[in-house]
Design a protein around this ligand. Sequence first.
Ligand SMILES: Nc1ncnc2c1ncn2[C@@H]1O[C@H](COP(=O)(O)OP(=O)(O)OP(=O)(O)O)[C@@H](O)[C@H]1O
Ligand SMILES: [Mg+2]
Length: 308
Amino acid sequence: MITTICLNPCFDKTVSVDRLQPGQVNRIREARVDLGGKGINVAVVAKRLGLEVQCLGIMGENGAAELTALMDREELSHRFMTVPGHVRTNMKVYSLDGQGVTELNEPGTPLNESSLAEFTRIAEEETAGSDMVVLTGSLPPGCPEGTYRDLLKALDGKKCILDTEGKELELAAKGAHPFLIKPNLREMEATLGIELRTMRAIRDAALLFVRLGVQHSVVSMGAMGAMYISADKTLFAPALRVETKSTVGAGDAMIGGMLLGYEIEKDMAKAFRYGIAAGAASVMTEGTQLIVRSDFDALLDQVRIQEV
Ligand SMILES: Nc1ncnc2c1ncn2[C@@H]1O[C@H](COP(=O)(O)OP(=O)(O)OP(=O)(O)O)[C@@H](O)[C@H]1O
Ligand SMILES: [Mg+2]
């Protein structure tokens, strides 16, 4: 069993306009609302790839029934604690004239110490049968610095995958030794406050985290591919060439793919290949649609891994 944790779930609202004009009235052509939040996304991908998965988290009570219904529609097992407030909405505005996507993200329902403590107790209880736990996504307002580190410490003994950046990543790497981290290149640069221009620089940056106690590090680079770094191995995989419809959630899909790979191969370096295929499969789907299993299956054999 795999558990994903989602402390800041959301509705992903996607709208399109002919031409986005700031400061003007913009008429929406099409609108849709999907399930969102990185922890939920990873769980949905893992489920679609055939894994047994559950998602745990906290959500505001207003909108909880609708968000829960969307998880039920995916047949996702879930246990979310509710707190006063509303489920946030993250809006993606597609400008049809080719200006790209503008995102407007709400901060989320504020949490306090006692709700976090209660959630930690639930997480300890509900992950009893899980081999792998994924912690990913932004933290809602009110979470103290080191929230992910503290959760990881409470889940001591589990293999934990952490996808976050900045101080949260640094504190968790130092204090709780996650099994795998998966920053993208921009997040890695922002966390360390340096530019990483070469593969060697990226490897050295990832090794800083490995020395702190992280076992495996995957640095994703969008359409450039990704690197896998552990104490004794560095791999690079170019991204697969696929028709790009939307890159939203490629990193979440990548984690879902690596979860499947690890389940099959029992080896994270070998699981990396599955992550590359899942990331590519996810960009082939529209908007926030995540992944179609048959796309993933067709891509897996095309992944080329190079030892660096
Ligand atoms: N345009 C693309 N074509 C092919 N593969 C892609 C493309 N974009 C991403 N991928 C694959 O997906 C992986 C993860 O993508 P990316 O680095 O964009 O993650 P991310 O920034 O963490 O995304 P998010 O957090 O939005 O889910 C990449 O390493 C790559 O293998
Ligand atoms: Mg990401």
